[in-house]
Design a protein. Sequence first.
Length: 185
Amino acid sequence: MAAFIDEIELKQRTGASGEVSGAGIASPVWGTDPSGIVYCPACGGENSAAAVFCANESCGKALGEFRYVREELLEGARWYEMVAGRVADFIGKPHFVVVHALVLCAWVAINSGIVVIFRAFDAYPFNLLGIVLSVEAILMTCFLLISQNRQNAHADKRAELDYEVNVRTYREISEIKAMLRNIDR
């Protein structure tokens, strides 16, 4: 990741000819045209030169040529992690409770004889319902654990990037302090 950021910094300091611009001053920001409009690398939307985030409401990403943690982790995600994430997202919504309540009410109504659509398949103690709910609980637990592991990977990556940004900022501040001390002499 650090090599990728260093490559971006080098490209920002070089012009179209590949030569480094003078005194370490960065050339115009990537995606900027001569009129000062900044183009979003994600959606291609137009933004003012002072914009930090894309003005497009459906995008809203930070402007700059760098990869986002979420996009980077989505590329490396396995199919079962994606399925687990979607299941965990559905489990966490009120729709899940409503669907369960409707299914349980229909199950009890059909098997207790309140609604006679077809013959009851699970007598009063509802043993089959208990088994189905137990298997569902096991599967939900597995999906939630897979999803939680993926969220931990996201958090670890973000923490690593935060640390890297903090170290870079500390180094730049130290360099600025040294320059200011040299100017005072």
